[in-house]
Design a protein around this ligand. Sequence first.
Ligand code: HEC
Length: 188
Amino acid sequence: MGKRTRVMAGAIATLLFMGVLIPASRAGRLDVESKEQVVRYLLATVRAFRTVYVKDIEEHVRKGGVYPKEQWAQDAHAIMLPFQFVKLAAAELKGAAKDVEVGVISLTPIYASNFPQTEAEVAALKAMMEHPAQTLVTFTDGAQFKGLAADFAIEQACADCHNRHPTSTKRDFKQGDLMGAVVVRLKK
Ligand code: HEC
């Protein structure tokens, strides 16, 4: 083999080696990336359904005198709260996909059960409250991969109902405020 041929053969061998190595290392990384992608899609899906519920269904039936109420099940002229819509859908989802949990959390919740479940969730939600322009965060937390999507008071009724609720821990919400976040918890 001449020198040039040896150099060429060496270069080809290096390229082949890299061709094997790089996809292998990418495959390792891809796992975390694809988990993050799944969390992002789930958050986007939950938010999209919730927004349509609030902006189209709730606003529409309001014109006919039907309002969202916590005790909606006992009142034929009421529909469920946006939170309850997510909670019921989350229970359906849990039945279909055991590794996924969906919820809505707040640092100043109406019920303590809607407070973040771990220190990492508290920290992530606090950071989001301080920088509401950051509308989506993902992070690992123990055995789970998690994502938060900002939940804004997209209409005055969100703020009014929360301010008036007997067990509310915050009474000065305004339209446009960040009230909490939709959370997705995915088993690693
Ligand atoms: C008519 C009253 C009412 C309206 C309107 C309403 N909520 Fe709520 N919201 C509640 C109640 C009650 C809960 C707690 C329900 C539960 O835990 O079962 C809740 C739960 C939440 C939570 C979870 C934390 C907590 O406070 O417990 C967030 C975040 C939230 N709502 C945001 C919103 C947003 C954003 C809107 C408007 C798009 C909205 N809410 C509209 C009554 C209301």
